[in-house]
Design a protein around this ligand. Structure first.
Ligand SMILES: Cc1ncc(COP(=O)(O)O)c(C=O)c1O
Length: 366
């Protein structure tokens, strides 16, 4: 839905990252720009350059460059990890709601998916007892998204411990999509799950916390043995990352610049969430939400008696505003609204949503 409509609506709120940096904001000064323009356009290192892998490794408490390899977006990292691991008839425990990529792949490949629900009354944490019941010796992998899309929740300590214990006890792989790590609104930086358990694969990239989705830079972190198993899938799929993206990603992850970029993201998240919260509060009991700890999204429960896809479709067709219906996460009654665009754009889109809400009220179809 996002790919189909994002370019043709007036207000695109289906994106979950902050509005992107421009190339001239990433390249600092004339010298750096000149250097960049001299880049040879040959094939890059298939695994990402050693320099980039070292920069990525340095963002983890205890990762070595040989435990990292670079992909085209974290979506490729998710895909090849799942492709390597999942076989028909396997069992996988997958957190829901979630970025539904791994869930969808598992279903496609006829994996028996056991859903681990995040609970709104637990501030979008899962119940550790439910996890214990779902994970067995038959579980091939447990997949989580932390910080979570669409709820914006960061996994609490109790849940982290329960997760690692369950993976260790069962011998299952732990797949952790951490693309929102670094996009915390107020909370301290999220701790990666890397470094707790050998059979862990972390996926991440520059699309969300860094505001650089156009680079299509993602990565996998795993033990050298695990990466050796996953890499051939990258060879069969895209072969290498893009040369220019590798260069620019190295710049973005240069420690001082990285902190500046993450500070920009945080400032956008804070400013825009306060706009969104004001707007939601002004609607009283129409909307309910748990404040997102991370990500440029709010996951909002609404009180209209209207299906979420029907509501999102009316917004798109009648008001040219694109939001994600809860149906896409398997949860009707919710909308996920992106809060990453510039302030005026955000206000403009919220005004359009208001127009539709007034019209629905006038129709008496609330
Ligand atoms: C949790 C999650 N993982 C992965 C992706 C894909 O991101 P990328 O642009 O790095 O491929 C998204 C995009 O929205 C996401 O929300």
């Amino acid at each position: 839905m996002q790919c189909t409509y994002e370019r043709i609506v007036d207000y695109e709120f289906s994106e979950s990252g902050v509005h992107p940096l421009h190339l001239n904001e990433l390249l600092e000064g004339e010298e750096e720009t000149k250097e960049f323009l001299k880049a040879p356009l040959g094939y890059p290192h298939a695994d990402g350059t050693p320099e980039l892998r070292a920069r990525i490794a340095a963002t983890y408490r205890s990762a070595r460059p040989e435990e990292v390899f670079v992909t085209n977006g974290s979506s490729e990292a998710n895909f090849i990890a799942a492709w390597r691991l999942f076989e028909k008839g396997d069992e996988a425990v997958i957190m829901v709601p979630n970025y539904m990529q791994t869930w969808g792949l598992a279903k496609t490949w006829e994996v028996d998916v056991k859903e681990l629900p995040l609970k709104p009354d637990l501030g979008w944490q899962f119940d550790p007892e439910s996890l214990k019941k779902l994970v067995t010796k038959k579980t091939k992998a447990i997949q989580v998204c932390n910080p979570n899309n669409p709820t914006g929740a960061i996994m609490a300590e109790e849940q982290r411990k329960a997760l690692v214990d369950a993976a260790k006890d069962s011998g299952a792989w732990l797949l952790s999509d951490e693309v929102y790590l670094g996009a915390e609104r107020e909370a301290p930086r999220t701790e990666s799950l890397w470094g707790n358990y050998e059979k862990t694969l972390i996926t991440n990239g520059l699309s969300k916390a860094y505001g650089l989705p156009g680079l299509r830079t993602g990565w996998l972190v795993g033990s050298p043995d695990a990466l050796k198993e996953v890499k051939p899938h990258h060879d069969y799929l895209t072969l290498t990352p893009a040369m220019l993206s590798d260069r620019l990603a190295r710049l973005a992850l240069e420690p001082e610049r990285r902190e500046k970029i993450l500070a920009r993201t945080k400032a956008i998240l804070q400013k825009n969430y306060s706009i969104m919260k004001g707007w939601l509060d002004a609607h009283g009991s129409m909307f309910d939400h748990v404040p997102p700890a991370a990500g440029a999204i709010v996951y909002v429960k609404y009180s209209l008696k209207m299906n979420s896809t029907a509501l999102a479709e009316r917004l798109r067709k009648e008001k040219s505003v694109l939001v994600v219906p809860g149906d896409h996460f398997g949860m009707d009654g919710y909308l996920r609204i992106g809060t990453g665009p510039p302030k005026d754009y955000l206000h403009g889109g919220l005004d359009r949503i208001d127009e539709l809400l007034r019209e629905i009220k006038a129709e008496g179809s609330e």
